[in-house]
Design a protein around this ligand. Structure first.
Ligand SMILES: [Fe+2]
Length: 525
Protein backbone atom coordinates (compact mmCIF):
# COMPACT_ATOMS: atom_id res chain seq x y z
CA UNK A 1 0.00 0.00 0.00
CA UNK A 2 1.50 3.35 -0.83
CA UNK A 3 1.65 6.18 1.59
CA UNK A 4 -0.80 8.50 -0.14
CA UNK A 5 -3.55 5.86 -0.07
CA UNK A 6 -2.92 5.06 3.58
CA UNK A 7 -3.12 8.75 4.44
CA UNK A 8 -6.40 9.18 2.64
CA UNK A 9 -7.95 6.19 4.44
CA UNK A 10 -6.94 7.57 7.81
CA UNK A 11 -8.23 10.99 6.81
CA UNK A 12 -11.48 9.44 5.60
CA UNK A 13 -11.97 7.58 8.88
CA UNK A 14 -11.36 10.78 10.76
CA UNK A 15 -13.89 12.99 8.99
CA UNK A 16 -16.65 10.57 8.05
CA UNK A 17 -18.57 10.15 11.33
CA UNK A 18 -18.44 13.88 12.08
CA UNK A 19 -19.58 14.84 8.61
CA UNK A 20 -22.56 12.49 8.81
CA UNK A 21 -23.85 13.73 12.13
CA UNK A 22 -23.40 17.46 11.48
CA UNK A 23 -25.02 18.24 8.15
CA UNK A 24 -28.10 16.55 6.72
CA UNK A 25 -27.45 15.33 3.22
CA UNK A 26 -29.11 17.64 0.73
CA UNK A 27 -30.93 15.87 -2.06
CA UNK A 28 -30.26 17.23 -5.52
CA UNK A 29 -33.58 16.95 -7.34
CA UNK A 30 -33.30 16.35 -11.09
CA UNK A 31 -33.86 19.21 -13.46
CA UNK A 32 -36.45 18.48 -16.15
CA UNK A 33 -36.05 20.85 -19.04
CA UNK A 34 -39.16 21.63 -21.03
CA UNK A 35 -37.86 20.13 -24.29
CA UNK A 36 -37.69 16.76 -22.60
CA UNK A 37 -41.45 16.17 -22.87
CA UNK A 38 -41.83 17.66 -26.36
CA UNK A 39 -43.16 15.16 -28.92
CA UNK A 40 -41.31 14.43 -32.17
CA UNK A 41 -42.23 12.66 -35.40
CA UNK A 42 -41.29 9.38 -33.73
CA UNK A 43 -43.89 7.47 -31.69
CA UNK A 44 -43.47 7.78 -27.94
CA UNK A 45 -45.63 7.15 -24.83
CA UNK A 46 -46.79 3.80 -26.23
CA UNK A 47 -49.26 2.21 -23.85
CA UNK A 48 -51.12 -1.07 -24.25
CA UNK A 49 -54.48 -1.98 -22.69
CA UNK A 50 -56.97 -4.82 -22.96
CA UNK A 51 -60.59 -4.80 -24.10
CA UNK A 52 -63.71 -5.89 -22.24
CA UNK A 53 -62.88 -9.37 -23.54
CA UNK A 54 -59.08 -9.67 -23.26
CA UNK A 55 -59.10 -12.99 -25.12
CA UNK A 56 -60.02 -11.17 -28.33
CA UNK A 57 -59.37 -7.44 -27.87
CA UNK A 58 -56.47 -5.13 -26.97
CA UNK A 59 -55.62 -1.52 -27.75
CA UNK A 60 -52.56 0.64 -28.17
CA UNK A 61 -52.12 4.40 -27.87
CA UNK A 62 -49.10 6.56 -28.67
CA UNK A 63 -48.05 10.14 -29.28
CA UNK A 64 -46.22 12.15 -31.93
CA UNK A 65 -45.96 15.80 -32.84
CA UNK A 66 -48.70 17.32 -35.03
CA UNK A 67 -46.71 16.81 -38.25
CA UNK A 68 -47.83 13.19 -38.07
CA UNK A 69 -51.55 13.29 -38.82
CA UNK A 70 -51.87 9.79 -40.27
CA UNK A 71 -50.66 6.82 -38.31
CA UNK A 72 -50.87 3.04 -38.37
CA UNK A 73 -50.39 -0.05 -36.31
CA UNK A 74 -49.36 -3.46 -37.60
CA UNK A 75 -50.10 -6.67 -35.75
CA UNK A 76 -49.24 -10.32 -36.33
CA UNK A 77 -49.15 -13.54 -34.39
CA UNK A 78 -45.59 -13.62 -33.10
CA UNK A 79 -43.33 -16.51 -33.99
CA UNK A 80 -39.64 -17.10 -33.41
CA UNK A 81 -39.04 -16.65 -37.14
CA UNK A 82 -38.16 -12.97 -37.62
CA UNK A 83 -40.37 -12.47 -40.66
CA UNK A 84 -43.60 -13.14 -38.75
CA UNK A 85 -44.67 -9.75 -40.14
CA UNK A 86 -45.53 -11.47 -43.43
CA UNK A 87 -48.79 -12.38 -41.69
CA UNK A 88 -49.37 -8.89 -40.25
CA UNK A 89 -52.43 -6.81 -40.77
CA UNK A 90 -52.34 -3.02 -40.89
CA UNK A 91 -54.83 -0.83 -39.05
CA UNK A 92 -55.24 2.88 -39.57
CA UNK A 93 -55.08 4.69 -36.27
CA UNK A 94 -57.61 7.12 -34.92
CA UNK A 95 -55.70 10.41 -34.59
CA UNK A 96 -56.71 13.30 -32.39
CA UNK A 97 -54.93 16.56 -31.72
CA UNK A 98 -54.48 17.33 -28.06
CA UNK A 99 -54.16 21.07 -27.62
CA UNK A 100 -52.72 21.71 -24.20
CA UNK A 101 -51.59 25.24 -25.03
CA UNK A 102 -54.35 26.77 -22.87
CA UNK A 103 -54.25 24.07 -20.21
CA UNK A 104 -52.48 24.95 -16.97
CA UNK A 105 -49.13 23.10 -16.71
CA UNK A 106 -49.70 21.20 -19.99
CA UNK A 107 -48.63 23.72 -22.61
CA UNK A 108 -47.98 21.30 -25.48
CA UNK A 109 -49.85 20.49 -28.64
CA UNK A 110 -49.46 16.88 -29.72
CA UNK A 111 -51.20 14.19 -31.71
CA UNK A 112 -52.39 11.04 -29.99
CA UNK A 113 -53.00 7.94 -32.09
CA UNK A 114 -54.91 4.85 -31.06
CA UNK A 115 -55.98 1.49 -32.45
CA UNK A 116 -58.17 -1.29 -31.17
CA UNK A 117 -56.92 -4.77 -32.08
CA UNK A 118 -60.03 -6.93 -32.30
CA UNK A 119 -60.78 -10.51 -33.43
CA UNK A 120 -57.58 -11.73 -31.83
CA UNK A 121 -57.08 -15.39 -31.00
CA UNK A 122 -57.19 -16.40 -27.36
CA UNK A 123 -54.06 -17.44 -25.47
CA UNK A 124 -51.81 -16.26 -28.28
CA UNK A 125 -48.68 -14.12 -28.35
CA UNK A 126 -48.97 -11.19 -30.73
CA UNK A 127 -46.41 -8.64 -31.89
CA UNK A 128 -47.41 -5.11 -32.86
CA UNK A 129 -45.68 -1.94 -33.89
CA UNK A 130 -46.89 1.62 -34.34
CA UNK A 131 -45.80 4.49 -36.53
CA UNK A 132 -46.61 6.73 -39.48
CA UNK A 133 -45.66 4.27 -42.24
CA UNK A 134 -41.98 5.34 -42.22
CA UNK A 135 -41.05 5.91 -38.61
CA UNK A 136 -41.91 2.78 -36.65
CA UNK A 137 -41.59 1.59 -33.08
CA UNK A 138 -39.97 -1.74 -32.33
CA UNK A 139 -42.18 -4.85 -32.52
CA UNK A 140 -43.76 -5.26 -29.09
CA UNK A 141 -45.17 -8.54 -27.78
CA UNK A 142 -48.14 -9.31 -25.58
CA UNK A 143 -50.38 -12.29 -24.93
CA UNK A 144 -54.17 -12.51 -25.07
CA UNK A 145 -56.21 -14.09 -22.27
CA UNK A 146 -57.16 -17.73 -22.48
CA UNK A 147 -60.66 -18.73 -23.57
CA UNK A 148 -60.54 -21.31 -20.79
CA UNK A 149 -61.75 -19.94 -17.49
CA UNK A 150 -59.54 -22.22 -15.45
CA UNK A 151 -56.10 -21.26 -16.76
CA UNK A 152 -54.11 -19.55 -14.00
CA UNK A 153 -52.88 -15.99 -14.48
CA UNK A 154 -51.26 -13.20 -12.49
CA UNK A 155 -51.57 -9.45 -12.48
CA UNK A 156 -49.82 -6.55 -10.81
CA UNK A 157 -51.43 -3.81 -8.74
CA UNK A 158 -49.81 -0.54 -7.65
CA UNK A 159 -51.04 2.38 -5.54
CA UNK A 160 -50.12 6.02 -6.06
CA UNK A 161 -47.15 6.64 -8.35
CA UNK A 162 -47.61 10.39 -8.10
CA UNK A 163 -44.31 11.79 -6.74
CA UNK A 164 -40.65 11.41 -7.66
CA UNK A 165 -41.97 9.31 -10.53
CA UNK A 166 -38.90 9.05 -12.72
CA UNK A 167 -36.54 9.08 -9.77
CA UNK A 168 -38.18 6.39 -7.64
CA UNK A 169 -41.15 4.72 -9.30
CA UNK A 170 -38.84 3.48 -12.07
CA UNK A 171 -37.07 1.01 -9.74
CA UNK A 172 -40.42 -0.14 -8.32
CA UNK A 173 -42.10 -0.92 -11.64
CA UNK A 174 -38.97 -2.62 -12.97
CA UNK A 175 -38.73 -4.77 -9.84
CA UNK A 176 -42.43 -5.61 -10.28
CA UNK A 177 -41.87 -6.68 -13.84
CA UNK A 178 -38.94 -8.84 -12.78
CA UNK A 179 -40.99 -10.47 -10.03
CA UNK A 180 -43.97 -11.20 -12.30
CA UNK A 181 -42.68 -11.21 -15.88
CA UNK A 182 -45.72 -13.17 -17.01
CA UNK A 183 -48.26 -10.79 -15.47
CA UNK A 184 -51.27 -10.35 -17.74
CA UNK A 185 -51.93 -6.70 -16.87
CA UNK A 186 -51.29 -4.04 -14.24
CA UNK A 187 -53.84 -2.09 -12.18
CA UNK A 188 -52.91 1.53 -11.44
CA UNK A 189 -55.20 2.59 -8.58
CA UNK A 190 -55.12 6.34 -9.28
CA UNK A 191 -52.77 9.30 -8.76
CA UNK A 192 -50.47 8.24 -11.55
CA UNK A 193 -49.20 11.83 -11.48
CA UNK A 194 -49.34 14.68 -8.97
CA UNK A 195 -50.68 17.42 -11.21
CA UNK A 196 -53.27 16.02 -13.62
CA UNK A 197 -52.28 17.96 -16.74
CA UNK A 198 -48.57 18.38 -16.22
CA UNK A 199 -46.63 17.10 -19.25
CA UNK A 200 -43.41 16.70 -17.28
CA UNK A 201 -45.04 14.25 -14.87
CA UNK A 202 -46.65 12.21 -17.65
CA UNK A 203 -43.26 12.14 -19.34
CA UNK A 204 -41.78 10.88 -16.09
CA UNK A 205 -44.47 8.18 -15.86
CA UNK A 206 -43.83 6.98 -19.40
CA UNK A 207 -40.04 7.12 -19.04
CA UNK A 208 -40.03 5.36 -15.66
CA UNK A 209 -42.06 2.45 -17.06
CA UNK A 210 -40.48 2.63 -20.53
CA UNK A 211 -41.37 -0.32 -22.70
CA UNK A 212 -43.17 -2.03 -19.80
CA UNK A 213 -46.14 0.28 -20.53
CA UNK A 214 -46.16 -0.95 -24.13
CA UNK A 215 -46.01 -4.66 -23.33
CA UNK A 216 -47.82 -5.07 -19.99
CA UNK A 217 -51.45 -3.95 -20.49
CA UNK A 218 -52.48 -1.06 -18.24
CA UNK A 219 -55.73 -0.92 -16.27
CA UNK A 220 -55.63 2.67 -14.93
CA UNK A 221 -58.29 4.56 -12.98
CA UNK A 222 -58.00 8.22 -11.97
CA UNK A 223 -57.26 9.52 -8.47
CA UNK A 224 -57.85 12.99 -7.03
CA UNK A 225 -54.54 14.16 -8.46
CA UNK A 226 -55.85 13.38 -11.95
CA UNK A 227 -58.32 16.21 -11.26
CA UNK A 228 -56.98 19.78 -11.34
CA UNK A 229 -58.21 23.13 -12.74
CA UNK A 230 -57.74 23.28 -16.51
CA UNK A 231 -57.46 27.05 -16.64
CA UNK A 232 -57.68 30.27 -14.63
CA UNK A 233 -61.50 30.29 -14.72
CA UNK A 234 -61.69 26.80 -13.26
CA UNK A 235 -59.07 27.75 -10.73
CA UNK A 236 -61.05 30.82 -9.65
CA UNK A 237 -64.23 28.76 -9.33
CA UNK A 238 -62.51 25.84 -7.58
CA UNK A 239 -63.43 23.45 -10.41
CA UNK A 240 -61.22 20.45 -11.10
CA UNK A 241 -61.30 18.57 -14.38
CA UNK A 242 -59.99 15.18 -15.40
CA UNK A 243 -56.42 15.18 -16.71
CA UNK A 244 -56.61 16.74 -20.18
CA UNK A 245 -54.44 13.90 -21.52
CA UNK A 246 -56.36 10.99 -19.93
CA UNK A 247 -58.87 10.12 -22.66
CA UNK A 248 -56.30 10.80 -25.39
CA UNK A 249 -53.48 8.72 -24.00
CA UNK A 250 -55.43 5.67 -22.77
CA UNK A 251 -57.73 3.52 -24.90
CA UNK A 252 -59.88 1.53 -22.49
CA UNK A 253 -63.09 -0.53 -22.60
CA UNK A 254 -66.04 1.73 -23.48
CA UNK A 255 -68.50 -0.01 -21.14
CA UNK A 256 -68.77 2.74 -18.51
CA UNK A 257 -71.71 5.14 -18.35
CA UNK A 258 -71.79 8.28 -20.55
CA UNK A 259 -69.71 11.11 -19.11
CA UNK A 260 -67.47 8.73 -17.17
CA UNK A 261 -66.18 6.46 -19.94
CA UNK A 262 -62.56 5.37 -19.59
CA UNK A 263 -62.58 6.44 -15.94
CA UNK A 264 -64.93 3.62 -15.01
CA UNK A 265 -65.03 0.37 -16.95
CA UNK A 266 -64.65 -3.36 -16.53
CA UNK A 267 -63.07 -6.35 -18.23
CA UNK A 268 -63.59 -10.07 -17.84
CA UNK A 269 -60.21 -11.71 -17.61
CA UNK A 270 -61.14 -15.40 -17.85
CA UNK A 271 -63.06 -16.18 -14.65
CA UNK A 272 -62.43 -12.78 -13.03
CA UNK A 273 -64.38 -9.58 -13.50
CA UNK A 274 -62.11 -6.58 -12.88
CA UNK A 275 -64.09 -3.40 -12.25
CA UNK A 276 -62.57 0.09 -12.17
CA UNK A 277 -64.45 2.93 -10.48
CA UNK A 278 -63.83 6.67 -10.32
CA UNK A 279 -64.01 7.77 -6.68
CA UNK A 280 -63.76 11.46 -7.66
CA UNK A 281 -67.18 12.32 -9.04
CA UNK A 282 -70.79 11.32 -9.80
CA UNK A 283 -70.99 8.66 -7.09
CA UNK A 284 -74.71 7.90 -7.46
CA UNK A 285 -74.50 7.34 -11.21
CA UNK A 286 -71.60 4.95 -10.67
CA UNK A 287 -73.36 3.10 -7.89
CA UNK A 288 -76.21 2.25 -10.24
CA UNK A 289 -73.75 1.07 -12.89
CA UNK A 290 -71.74 -0.87 -10.30
CA UNK A 291 -74.81 -2.80 -9.19
CA UNK A 292 -75.64 -3.75 -12.79
CA UNK A 293 -72.06 -4.84 -13.45
CA UNK A 294 -71.89 -6.90 -10.25
CA UNK A 295 -75.34 -8.43 -10.68
CA UNK A 296 -74.77 -9.43 -14.30
CA UNK A 297 -71.45 -11.21 -13.93
CA UNK A 298 -71.07 -14.97 -14.03
CA UNK A 299 -67.35 -14.73 -13.26
CA UNK A 300 -66.22 -16.61 -10.17
CA UNK A 301 -63.95 -13.82 -8.88
CA UNK A 302 -64.77 -10.14 -8.51
CA UNK A 303 -62.03 -7.56 -8.04
CA UNK A 304 -62.81 -3.85 -7.76
CA UNK A 305 -60.34 -0.97 -7.90
CA UNK A 306 -60.73 2.75 -7.18
CA UNK A 307 -58.63 5.44 -5.56
CA UNK A 308 -60.09 6.68 -2.23
CA UNK A 309 -60.13 3.79 0.27
CA UNK A 310 -63.26 2.66 2.09
CA UNK A 311 -61.05 1.97 5.12
CA UNK A 312 -58.31 4.55 5.30
CA UNK A 313 -54.76 3.61 6.09
CA UNK A 314 -53.49 7.03 7.12
CA UNK A 315 -54.34 9.45 9.89
CA UNK A 316 -57.02 12.09 9.40
CA UNK A 317 -58.48 10.53 6.27
CA UNK A 318 -61.91 8.98 5.78
CA UNK A 319 -64.38 8.59 2.92
CA UNK A 320 -67.70 7.80 4.66
CA UNK A 321 -69.91 8.60 1.65
CA UNK A 322 -68.16 6.05 -0.54
CA UNK A 323 -68.30 3.44 2.22
CA UNK A 324 -72.01 4.04 2.65
CA UNK A 325 -72.69 3.72 -1.09
CA UNK A 326 -70.35 0.93 -2.19
CA UNK A 327 -69.73 -1.34 0.77
CA UNK A 328 -73.31 -2.72 0.83
CA UNK A 329 -72.87 -3.72 -2.83
CA UNK A 330 -69.49 -5.33 -2.21
CA UNK A 331 -71.10 -7.31 0.62
CA UNK A 332 -74.23 -8.23 -1.33
CA UNK A 333 -72.36 -9.46 -4.40
CA UNK A 334 -69.43 -10.92 -2.41
CA UNK A 335 -66.68 -8.91 -4.01
CA UNK A 336 -63.46 -10.76 -3.22
CA UNK A 337 -60.86 -8.04 -3.32
CA UNK A 338 -60.85 -4.23 -3.30
CA UNK A 339 -57.63 -2.49 -4.42
CA UNK A 340 -57.16 1.16 -3.52
CA UNK A 341 -54.58 3.94 -3.11
CA UNK A 342 -54.56 7.56 -1.94
CA UNK A 343 -53.15 7.14 1.58
CA UNK A 344 -49.41 6.79 0.88
CA UNK A 345 -49.00 3.90 3.27
CA UNK A 346 -50.00 0.21 3.26
CA UNK A 347 -52.95 -1.43 4.96
CA UNK A 348 -54.69 -4.75 4.35
CA UNK A 349 -57.64 -6.10 6.23
CA UNK A 350 -61.08 -7.60 6.22
CA UNK A 351 -64.68 -7.10 7.21
CA UNK A 352 -67.25 -9.71 8.00
CA UNK A 353 -69.83 -10.14 5.26
CA UNK A 354 -73.11 -8.30 5.82
CA UNK A 355 -74.71 -8.21 9.24
CA UNK A 356 -74.30 -11.87 10.10
CA UNK A 357 -71.53 -11.63 12.65
CA UNK A 358 -72.64 -13.95 15.43
CA UNK A 359 -71.39 -13.36 18.87
CA UNK A 360 -68.39 -15.47 19.66
CA UNK A 361 -67.65 -16.20 16.04
CA UNK A 362 -64.13 -15.31 15.09
CA UNK A 363 -64.12 -12.65 12.37
CA UNK A 364 -61.37 -14.64 10.72
CA UNK A 365 -63.85 -17.37 9.94
CA UNK A 366 -66.37 -14.96 8.45
CA UNK A 367 -64.15 -13.38 5.85
CA UNK A 368 -65.84 -11.15 3.40
CA UNK A 369 -64.14 -8.73 1.10
CA UNK A 370 -60.44 -8.08 1.59
CA UNK A 371 -59.50 -4.39 1.32
CA UNK A 372 -56.01 -3.18 0.43
CA UNK A 373 -54.44 0.28 0.31
CA UNK A 374 -50.97 0.53 -1.19
CA UNK A 375 -48.43 3.06 -2.43
CA UNK A 376 -45.78 2.69 -5.12
CA UNK A 377 -44.29 6.18 -5.51
CA UNK A 378 -41.99 8.15 -3.24
CA UNK A 379 -44.42 10.10 -1.03
CA UNK A 380 -45.09 8.58 2.41
CA UNK A 381 -47.69 9.27 5.12
CA UNK A 382 -48.04 7.86 8.63
CA UNK A 383 -50.55 5.17 9.58
CA UNK A 384 -53.73 6.06 11.46
CA UNK A 385 -53.66 5.10 15.15
CA UNK A 386 -57.00 3.31 14.92
CA UNK A 387 -56.44 0.06 13.06
CA UNK A 388 -59.98 0.02 11.55
CA UNK A 389 -61.78 -1.00 14.79
CA UNK A 390 -63.95 2.10 14.42
CA UNK A 391 -65.39 0.65 11.23
CA UNK A 392 -65.89 -2.88 12.54
CA UNK A 393 -63.13 -4.07 10.30
CA UNK A 394 -59.82 -5.65 11.06
CA UNK A 395 -56.50 -4.42 9.74
CA UNK A 396 -54.17 -7.41 9.50
CA UNK A 397 -51.03 -5.89 8.06
CA UNK A 398 -49.68 -2.38 7.56
CA UNK A 399 -46.55 -0.50 6.49
CA UNK A 400 -45.10 2.98 6.55
CA UNK A 401 -42.29 4.47 4.54
CA UNK A 402 -42.20 1.60 2.03
CA UNK A 403 -42.65 1.53 -1.74
CA UNK A 404 -44.66 -1.58 -2.64
CA UNK A 405 -46.11 -3.49 -5.58
CA UNK A 406 -48.49 -6.42 -5.49
CA UNK A 407 -48.72 -9.64 -7.47
CA UNK A 408 -52.10 -11.38 -7.49
CA UNK A 409 -52.44 -14.87 -8.93
CA UNK A 410 -55.75 -16.53 -9.67
CA UNK A 411 -55.72 -20.29 -10.22
CA UNK A 412 -59.15 -21.92 -10.24
CA UNK A 413 -60.62 -21.67 -6.76
CA UNK A 414 -57.57 -19.98 -5.21
CA UNK A 415 -56.51 -16.34 -5.23
CA UNK A 416 -53.00 -15.66 -3.91
CA UNK A 417 -52.09 -12.13 -2.97
CA UNK A 418 -48.48 -11.08 -2.44
CA UNK A 419 -47.12 -7.64 -1.68
CA UNK A 420 -43.44 -6.90 -2.33
CA UNK A 421 -41.18 -3.99 -1.42
CA UNK A 422 -39.26 -1.98 -4.01
CA UNK A 423 -36.26 -4.25 -3.41
CA UNK A 424 -38.28 -7.42 -3.92
CA UNK A 425 -38.82 -8.60 -0.31
CA UNK A 426 -42.13 -10.31 0.45
CA UNK A 427 -44.00 -7.87 2.70
CA UNK A 428 -47.48 -9.36 2.92
CA UNK A 429 -49.39 -12.40 1.68
CA UNK A 430 -52.71 -14.19 2.00
CA UNK A 431 -54.79 -16.64 0.01
CA UNK A 432 -58.53 -16.76 -0.59
CA UNK A 433 -60.14 -20.08 -1.43
CA UNK A 434 -63.66 -20.38 -2.84
CA UNK A 435 -66.05 -22.52 -0.82
CA UNK A 436 -69.27 -24.00 -2.27
CA UNK A 437 -71.46 -21.61 -0.26
CA UNK A 438 -70.62 -18.74 2.02
CA UNK A 439 -67.55 -16.61 2.34
CA UNK A 440 -64.10 -17.41 1.00
CA UNK A 441 -61.78 -19.34 3.21
CA UNK A 442 -59.09 -16.92 4.31
CA UNK A 443 -55.52 -18.14 4.71
CA UNK A 444 -53.18 -15.72 6.47
CA UNK A 445 -49.63 -15.83 5.11
CA UNK A 446 -48.10 -12.65 6.53
CA UNK A 447 -45.89 -14.84 8.73
CA UNK A 448 -43.88 -15.63 5.56
CA UNK A 449 -42.98 -11.96 5.18
CA UNK A 450 -40.26 -9.67 6.54
CA UNK A 451 -40.89 -7.82 9.84
CA UNK A 452 -43.29 -4.88 9.92
CA UNK A 453 -41.90 -1.59 8.61
CA UNK A 454 -42.67 1.75 10.22
CA UNK A 455 -41.14 5.21 10.25
CA UNK A 456 -39.28 4.39 13.46
CA UNK A 457 -37.41 1.38 12.07
CA UNK A 458 -36.60 2.69 8.57
CA UNK A 459 -34.54 5.56 7.11
CA UNK A 460 -36.25 8.86 8.09
CA UNK A 461 -38.59 10.16 5.42
CA UNK A 462 -38.65 13.79 6.54
CA UNK A 463 -35.58 15.97 6.48
CA UNK A 464 -34.72 17.09 10.01
CA UNK A 465 -35.75 20.56 11.11
CA UNK A 466 -34.00 22.28 14.07
CA UNK A 467 -36.08 22.11 17.23
CA UNK A 468 -36.16 25.86 17.78
CA UNK A 469 -37.45 26.41 14.23
CA UNK A 470 -40.17 23.80 14.75
CA UNK A 471 -41.20 25.47 18.03
CA UNK A 472 -41.32 28.89 16.36
CA UNK A 473 -43.51 27.63 13.48
CA UNK A 474 -46.00 25.82 15.73
CA UNK A 475 -46.21 28.88 17.95
CA UNK A 476 -46.88 31.07 14.89
CA UNK A 477 -49.54 28.72 13.45
CA UNK A 478 -51.46 27.39 16.41
CA UNK A 479 -53.18 24.03 15.96
CA UNK A 480 -51.15 23.14 12.86
CA UNK A 481 -48.90 20.15 12.49
CA UNK A 482 -45.74 19.85 10.46
CA UNK A 483 -46.62 17.75 7.44
CA UNK A 484 -43.52 17.93 5.33
CA UNK A 485 -39.97 19.24 5.57
CA UNK A 486 -37.53 19.36 2.70
CA UNK A 487 -34.00 20.62 3.14
CA UNK A 488 -33.02 21.77 -0.33
CA UNK A 489 -30.29 23.55 -2.17
CA UNK A 490 -31.50 26.51 -4.22
CA UNK A 491 -28.69 28.08 -6.15
CA UNK A 492 -25.93 28.34 -3.58
CA UNK A 493 -28.27 28.65 -0.63
CA UNK A 494 -29.76 26.02 1.65
CA UNK A 495 -33.47 26.32 2.31
CA UNK A 496 -36.09 24.59 4.41
CA UNK A 497 -39.36 24.04 2.56
CA UNK A 498 -41.99 23.30 5.19
CA UNK A 499 -45.66 22.42 4.87
CA UNK A 500 -47.98 22.77 7.86
CA UNK A 501 -51.45 21.25 7.92
CA UNK A 502 -54.64 21.69 9.94
CA UNK A 503 -57.70 19.97 8.46
CA UNK A 504 -58.02 21.35 4.93
CA UNK A 505 -55.81 24.34 5.67
CA UNK A 506 -52.22 24.38 4.53
CA UNK A 507 -49.27 26.71 5.10
CA UNK A 508 -46.28 26.48 2.80
CA UNK A 509 -43.10 28.16 3.98
CA UNK A 510 -39.60 28.71 2.74
CA UNK A 511 -37.01 29.42 5.43
CA UNK A 512 -33.33 30.16 5.12
CA UNK A 513 -30.66 28.09 6.80
CA UNK A 514 -30.98 30.13 10.01
CA UNK A 515 -34.75 29.61 10.24
CA UNK A 516 -35.75 33.05 8.95
CA UNK A 517 -39.05 32.98 7.01
CA UNK A 518 -38.57 34.06 3.40
CA UNK A 519 -41.98 33.02 2.03
CA UNK A 520 -45.30 32.06 3.58
CA UNK A 521 -48.40 31.00 1.61
CA UNK A 522 -51.61 30.12 3.43
CA UNK A 523 -54.10 27.97 1.50
CA UNK A 524 -57.54 26.59 2.25
CA UNK A 525 -58.75 23.73 0.07
FE1 LIG B 1 -54.79 10.59 -3.83
Amino acid sequence: MNKALLLSIVFGLMILPGAQSQEPRVYEAPLFEEEWSTPTRYPDRIVLSLGENPATTASATWRTNTEIDTAFAEIAIATAAPKFWRNARTLKANTITFDGSEVLTAGLISNYHSVVFSDLQADTTYAYRVGDGKRWSEWIQFRTASASKTKSFSFLYVGDTQNFILELWSRLIREGYKKAPDASFIIHAGDLVNNAHREQEWQEWFDAGGWIHATLPAFPIPGNHEYRPLNATEQANRIRSLSAQWNSQFTLPQNGPEGLKETIYYMDYQDTRIIGLNSNEQYEKQTEWLEEVLASTTQKWKVVTFHHPLFSASAGRDNPKLRELWKPLFDKYKVDLVLQGHDHSYARGRVSPGENVLEGVNLRDQTGTVYVVSVSGGKMYGLRPNAWEGWEAERDRAAENTQLFQVITIAGDRLSFESYTAVGELYDAFDLVKTPNGPNQFIERKQEAIPARRFDNTIPYQDPIPEEVERMLLERHKGFEIDRVAYVKEGDSLRYRVQLEKGDEEVNLVLDNDGKILEEVIEKD
